[in-house]
Design a protein around this ligand. Sequence first.
Ligand code: PSU
Ligand code: MN
Length: 304
Amino acid sequence: MSTPFLVSDEVASALADRRPVVALESTIISHGLPRPRNLDAAREFESILREQNVTPATIAVLDGVPRIGLDDEGVRRIAEEDLAKASVRDLPVLAGRDGSGATTVAATAHLAALAGIRVFATGGLGGVHRGAQDTFDESADLSTLAVTNITVVSAGVKSVLDIGATLERLETLSIPVVGFGTTTFPSFWLRESSFTLDWAVETPAAVASIMKAQDELGHGQGIVVANPIPADQQWDPAEHDRVLAQAFAAAEAEGVRGKAVTPFLLGYIVEASGGRSLEVNLDLARNNVRVAGLIATEWARLSA
Ligand code: PSU
Ligand code: MN
């Protein structure tokens, strides 16, 4: 018998026992972080969760099968193979053609929710790109979270995006955005942006309460938890601004468009920062995984 997607035994038994599970995406591993650090990162994100007694569910499509929870070999494949970048619309194409792909926030959220996982950690959410009024380039992460019941912990959105427009779209799509311990929306490598949120939540338990209330109110959207990087780990703001300006100029000069934009900018920024942006990216992602683990633990307690 064929199943449309495969949940690993470890993840299936955690879900059946109502133990905490956190979904992890694979695009950040395949396309967002350079080799060979990406393999260490994929393993480390999983072990941060295991240390919290939370089951990690790294998600990817391998040989036509969407997989929720990877074994060691699967984790190695997402780090070392040249996989397609797969958003939600790519899932049926990959599945129908026995293809493989690394799932974006959108595709990971979709598959995680299908499996019944309620909490997801990533680095930064996709959003509205600068210049979107001409290119229409807006990540499917936003439209997917409008119809997907999952809580995503991210360090805001990358400052390469149009943060203000992204927040406006999240409002239009009725996706709650709460700051974890702050009302200042973070900008990925930096703790702050110039944008303010209406709501700060102080504890993982408070996030779980919002999730419960959301269910009771029949609200099927996702929730964005904006979790800023600790001040002592953030990138130097002046250096950040300088390197980003260079990255935009390079993307423009090379005519990079569409789904190639995010990986291009991230790769360029790692190079141009001499690796500093990579260390910050890893720190903020670890921090998000840890907070997601705490939220999943509270959610398991509340929904038991
Ligand atoms: N954040 C990161 N690294 C990444 C991404 C986000 O720290 O690699 C990826 C995510 O998978 C996100 C995707 O879903 O970029 C957004 O791509 P696009 O802008 O093409 O939708
Ligand atoms: Mn895009």
